[in-house]
Ligand binder design. Structure first.
Ligand code: 6A9
Length: 721
């Protein structure tokens, strides 16, 4: 836990199941730890949460409650419950490591009991004032009887949050003996003297780390309380029975609020499905973080990257394990959900994002702020290019917040929204009026079957084979229609001139113009246009000749173009083709609507029992690798964010007059059923939400847990569009 401030104190938990040779120390979410499941089952985003973690046979439950009071945010308490499941046999000893560390400011004083047990830490920090952190003695699971435990503690210099695991791991030694009275003695690993980290010699410490290690035989319960010095007159310590009753009060309130917000009980979802939806929302809320630092930025005019200005970001993240940082277009989807649960929190996140804008009006797509975030990213992915856009989905979320947004908030947002909108119009303009083009496609097309378009968010989705200024991108054009509409709505709310936005919206939603620019008769669908050849393939080739007297170099996979590219529509049917429908720009009586619905419902094309696949099964690049090392990503898999947009649109077409009204309603019901049933089943089987889902088997793919946009399943269950 941290405060929302740049040089926050941090408190946390690590654990270790003691085995011959050590076992592995757990700390941050890492896919490579292979935990069979973990995630927040309940989390209100503010004051309360319940998390379950399964690590082999160990079941850990971590709960927290905050109690507001005083001048510094009040008190909080943790309860950690450990239990072994299954398999019999002697359970390994379990060590829980509770720590607190400073990071550039604040002071800590250890309070020792008998010179060995770290019973408490007192301290001060800018945001927290004076405080006391108390490590209570463990109890048996019932919370009453004392439990035998060994105690160790560590007092070390901290090289920064991103290296705390290493500090602890490197100070473990197994010279310690666990000796419960009348029971066999066992050796175990515990924190001993800290001898410094490799590579850190000479670096000034960032702060101080104090750590309390409790070693015991599960089952057991351990509590930790944080008491704020300025919160006087508290009714009593928030531990034991008082903590139990606070936890159950919060849990009941969470249930009530969840039902009031999403109505899944009213809709007839049985308890296991409701718990699944609660876990999806909670894991998104549990992933929300406060980040601080500088991006690494390069503009096309600069040779060398430069650090951006210091920035702060309060944001949800796509994945706690794999992408624990902010992503621009992901965040719009996150906030669609969070706007319903906690509108004020959602407004704050959106405001933070808009404050990341530079003087040009650009917002970097991926936010890698601070050392902890940077430690998770390979260097080749660090750079943010300043011509690179990403879909303006924050506007979708803002549209949802609009009816209840306080005017002063909107007034402060508006200049930023205008600058952002102008930036897209200025920098992502297409070759003809009212067309748009994503910048920053990969400049070396011969390395890929189809050069990527990371800016679009649909990475390897097939586009024109030969990137050129002639390209017009359908999805971006549709996003700009939406952007124009939302800017007009905000302007109207504020009594600012909305005319130019409305005009742009009208032009970009003109179905006749859309047809002329993007309808591909040969495909029977809407499409991108550009310099394109359909006759491309990857082939193994020796690209460089052998040097004299050396063995020939390894063959490489390179692109072969068998037919020269020419300006034409791009023959790919998939998510991009659906955009005029997804963003409801097609009129309900559009003569194109039947063909689009047919493509969606066709199993040879986009329909699967698990949701809509990203690229038609009969499309040339369906499930094709892009390079030797780059498997298909948006070339077939089912993605939840786009399925959410499809359901929202079908729901819209099903609720207005039009010749396709009934067809849209049918598709809506079937698609909703398929998507929800599969995500629920995969979650029950694997324990996680996933980044995307196989169109062949429905299995989760990519990284996990992915409680980013996959958690939109909650809104789908609630039919809240
Ligand atoms: C890779 C390697 C630990 C890709 O969800 C975030 C984004 C989406 O915005 C985008 O639409 N994901 C989608 O196509 C993940 C992108 C991760 C890029 C960084 C670094 C990490 O190794």
């Amino acid at each position: 836990m941290k405060t929302r401030s740049p040089r926050s104190l941090v408190t946390g938990l690590m654990w270790l199941q003691q085995r011959e040779g050590g076992g592995s120390l757990r700390h941050t979410c890492e896919q490579s730890d292979g935990l069979s499941r973990y995630g927040w089952l309940m989390h209100d985003g503010e004051n309360f949460g319940v998390q379950e973690i399964r690590d082999g046979d160990l079941l850990l439950k971590t709960e927290f409650v905050k109690r507001p009071g005083g001048e510094h945010g009040g008190d909080w308490s943790w309860r950690v419950t450990a239990r072994m499941e299954g398999s019999g046999g002697p359970a390994p000893l379990l060590s829980l490591f509770f720590y607190i560390a400073t990071d550039g400011q604040g002071t800590l004083q250890p309070q020792l009991e008998n010179g060995t047990r770290l019973a408490a830490v007192t301290g001060t920090a800018e945001e927290l004032g004076h405080f006391t952190l108390t490590f209570l003695r463990p109890t048996a699971e019932n919370g009453e009887d004392p439990k035998y435990a060994s105690y160790n503690f560590l007092d070390a210099a901290s090289p920064g949050l991103h290296r705390l695991t290493e500090v602890v791991r490197s100070s473990l030694s197994n010279r310690f003996i666990f000796a419960p009275p009348g029971r066999p003695r066992r050796r175990f690993f515990a924190v001993d003297a800290f001898r410094g980290l490799p590579g850190a010699a000479g670096e000034p410490p960032r702060g101080r780390l104090l750590l309390h290690q409790v070693t015991l035989e599960p089952p057991a319960t351990v509590e930790v309380t944080f008491e704020s010095g300025s919160a006087s007159g508290r009714p009593g310590r928030l531990s034991g029975r008082a903590l139990s009753s606070a936890l159950s009060r919060h849990a009941a309130e969470f249930e009530r609020r969840f039902e009031e917000t999403f109505g899944l009980g009213r809709k007839g979802f049985p308890p296991p499905q409701r718990r699944f939806a609660q876990a999806a929302l909670s894991d998104m809320l549990g992933g929300v973080g406060y980040f601080h630092g500088r991006s690494l930025v390069r503009s096309p005019l600069q040779e060398r990257p430069v650090p951006g200005p210091e920035a702060a970001l309060f944001t949800a993240v796509p994945s706690r394990s794999f992408f624990p940082r902010g992503f621009l277009w992901d965040e719009g989807f996150h906030q669609l959900l969070l706007a319903r649960w906690a509108p004020a929190l959602s407004r704050e996140a959106i405001a933070h994002w808009l404050d990341l804008m530079n003087a040009e009006g650009w917002i970097p797509r991926e936010q890698i702020l601070g050392e902890e975030a940077r430690a998770k990213v390979p260097p080749e992915f660090l750079l943010q290019l300043s011509e690179m856009a990403n879909p303006p989905t924050l506007l979708l979320a803002l549209q949802r917040l609009l009816p209840d947004a306080p005017p002063p908030y909107l007034r402060r947002l508006f200049p930023r929204l205008r600058a952002w909108y102008d930036w897209y119009n200025r920098t992502q303009a297409g070759p003809l009026p009212f067309t748009f083009r994503w910048r920053g496609r990969d400049p070396q097309p011969e390395r890929f079957l189809n050069p990527k378009t990371l800016a679009s968010g649909l990475d390897d989705y097939p586009r024109a084979s030969h990137p050129s200024p002639e390209e017009r991108h359908l999805d971006l054009r549709c996003w700009m229609a939406l952007a124009s509409r939302v800017l007009a709505e905000v302007a109207e709310r504020l009594g600012e001139p909305a005319g130019p936005y409305r005009e742009m919206e009208r032009a970009l939603s003109d179905n006749g113009l859309l047809d002329r620019l993007h309808w591909a008769p040969e495909l029977g669908a809407f499409a991108d246009y550009g310099n394109h050849s359909a006759a491309v393939a990857l082939r193994w080739r020796r690209v460089t000749p052998a040097a004299p007297g050396r063995p020939p170099p390894d063959p490489q996979l390179v692109r072969e173009v068998r037919e020269a590219p020419r300006p034409q529509f791009v023959g790919a049917l998939g998510y991009v083709s659906l955009f005029p429908l997804l963003l409801q720009l097609l009129r309900p009586d559009s003569p194109r609507l039947p063909a689009m619905l047919a493509a969606m419902r066709s199993e040879r094309q986009l329909w699967t029992p698990f949701g809509l696949r990203s690229l038609a099964r009969d499309s040339p690049l369906y499930m094709q690798r892009n390079t030797e090392h780059d498997p298909p990503y948006w070339r077939g898999s089912v993605w939840v964010n786009i399925n959410y947009l499809a359901l929202r649109a079908l729901h819209g077409y099903a609720s207005v007059e039009g010749p396709q009204r009934e067809r849209a309603a049918e598709l809506y019901h079937e698609l909703r059923h398929n998507l929800v049933a599969n995500l629920y089943r995969q979650h029950a089987e694997s324990g996680f939400l996933w980044e995307h889902y196989s169109d062949g088997t429905g299995r989760g793919q990519g990284c996990h847990p992915f409680a980013g946009w996959s958690a939109l399943v909650v809104l789908v269950m609630a039919e809240d569009y």
